[in-house]
Write a protein that binds this ligand. Structure first.
Ligand SMILES: Cc1cc2nc3c(=O)[nH]c(=O)nc-3n(C[C@H](O)[C@H](O)[C@H](O)COP(=O)(O)OP(=O)(O)OC[C@H]3O[C@@H](n4cnc5c(N)ncnc54)[C@H](O)[C@@H]3O)c2cc1C
Ligand code: SF4
Ligand code: SF4
Length: 380
């Protein structure tokens, strides 16, 4: 993995509109800050290499390196990434009810992991008015108040950086695919620091097709009146084509056609729909309200699922064949779209100036038949 410094982070990510606001470059130095949905470099810094660049999920993401590190094999470009099993699930009878986005699987797993001591703290995402904010919780009962999806850019990973300084030893984190790409990069110890310790004990990934730029949604809502606090965002299944924003005293329905321009440019080069670098990944199961799709990827994930089921925190079932096929198609399509766009923008395997957002074996791209001009594929 190539690691550069803050100047390259600014040139290759911030100034190219590729920042997704994940917060991985913040809470480590005085120069980079995240404020109300925007990550900014306050002062310049002349380091040749820095954690800011090393952790960024939009700079020099070497997919082979991450896959080898987490799964012991090269990146294959398969739609769902590496996994052991795909099932469906929802919170079990031991869970208290909550403002769950779908089946409450994520809240159930984090509650159980804290209760059992598998992790000593969990990095979650809560609301602060109109903006998502990261939250560190240590008690199982503090997980459910953070339930529900904030379909907005969120500096969630900044809390992992902060928690590491607070000396937590086994952290759990719930994140979108880009946030968990940053977490996976962090775990590879990209700067080869001798004092490095991997303090991540559990990663729960959220499926993601796109998100919305928090600042743009806030601007949009503010223009419509006095909106101070969001309680829930929901995108009902097709053909509804709307985003429902539930506030303290209102329900605002926004056509998706008005929402799409708020999708960050960065999402267009994101090849991961199912959070491929997680121990387990969770999405909404279409066509069966109140249930999640659940992908178990690692042994640690499998043990947690078995224990959560046995202890009554989780209920699982077999995934219907047609749902699985739909999942494969959606995830595969996102990958192809993203690699095609990255090729078009010249930010994949870029050999010209030595900098790239993504690095992947050219054979993987060829296998996807993305109709690239041969010389665009470049070298890893
Ligand atoms: C930006 C975004 C896009 C998504 N897109 C899809 C999609 O295309 N298809 C699909 O099937 N599912 C998508 N999801 C996942 C889905 O909305 C649910 O989060 C998932 O199914 C888990 O449901 P649950 O009931 O188990 O979650 P809950 O038990 O309600 O828990 C939700 C968890 O998500 C965390 N969280 C909320 N917002 C964020 C955020 N912005 N960043 C990091 N963590 C957050 C919270 O901390 C909480 O722990 C998306 C989620 C997000 C945040
Ligand atoms: S680490 Fe995250 S917040 Fe920082 S520049 Fe990269 S994408 Fe943006
Ligand atoms: S589409 Fe990718 S880059 Fe965009 S928010 Fe989702 S995971 Fe992050």
């Amino acid at each position: 993995m190539q690691v550069f410094g803050p100047n390259e982070l600014a040139a290759d990510v911030l100034n190219k509109d590729l920042c997704i606001g994940c917060g991985a470059c913040t809470q480590m130095c005085p120069y980079l800050k995240s404020y109300k949905g925007k990550t900014s470099m306050l002062f310049s810094c002349t380091r040749q290499q820095g954690r800011c660049h090393a952790y960024c999920p939009k700079a020099e993401v070497d997919l082979d390196e991450l896959s080898n590190f987490l799964f012991g094999k090269a990146y294959e470009g398969s739609p769902l990434g590496s996994y052991e099993k795909v099932m469906i699930s929802k919170a079990g009878p031991k869970m208290i009810s909550g403002n769950f986005q779908a089946g409450g699987t994520v809240s159930a797993l984090m509650t159980r992991a804290l209760q059992k001591g598998q992790i000593d703290a969990a990095v979650l995402t809560d609301w602060k008015g109109l903006f998502p904010i990261p939250k560190l919780v240590t008690r199982p009962e503090d997980v459910v108040p953070c339930a529900s999806s904030k379909y907005l850019t969120s500096p969630t990973v900044s809390m992992l950086n902060k928690a590491q300084e607070l000396n937590y030893k086994r952290l759990g984190i719930v994140g979108t695919p880009c946030q968990l790409t940053a977490v996976a990069k962090i775990r590879t110890n990209p700067l080869k620091r001798e004092d490095f310790k991997d303090t991540v004990g559990l990663t729960v990934g959220l499926f993601c097709t796109w998100t919305l730029d928090a600042r743009n949604l806030v601007k949009y809502l503010s223009a419509r009146g006095d909106v101070e606090k969001i309680k829930k965002l929901d995108i009902p299944p097709p053909p509804s084509e709307i985003l429902i924003v539930t506030t303290a005293d209102d329900e605002i329905k926004i056509p998706l056609s008005e929402i799409r321009p708020m999708i960050p440019h960065s999402c267009s080069i994101c090849p991961d729909m199912t959070a491929e670098w997680a121990d387990v990944s969770v999405g909404v199961l279409e066509g069966r309200p109140g249930w999640n799709t659940l992908i178990i990827r690692t042994e640690k994930g499998a043990k947690l699922i078995a224990d959560a089921e046995k202890s009554g925190f989780l209920i699982t079932d077999r995934m219907p064949k047609e749902s699985f096929e739909h999942l494969l198609t959606a995830a595969g399509n996102k990958k192809v779209r993203a690699f095609r766009q990255a090729l078009k923008e010249g930010c994949i395997n870029n050999a010209d100036n030595g900098h790239a957002a993504l690095r992947v074996n050219p054979a993987v791209i060829k296998g996807m038949r993305i109709e690239p001009e041969e010389d665009h594929v470049g070298h890893t």
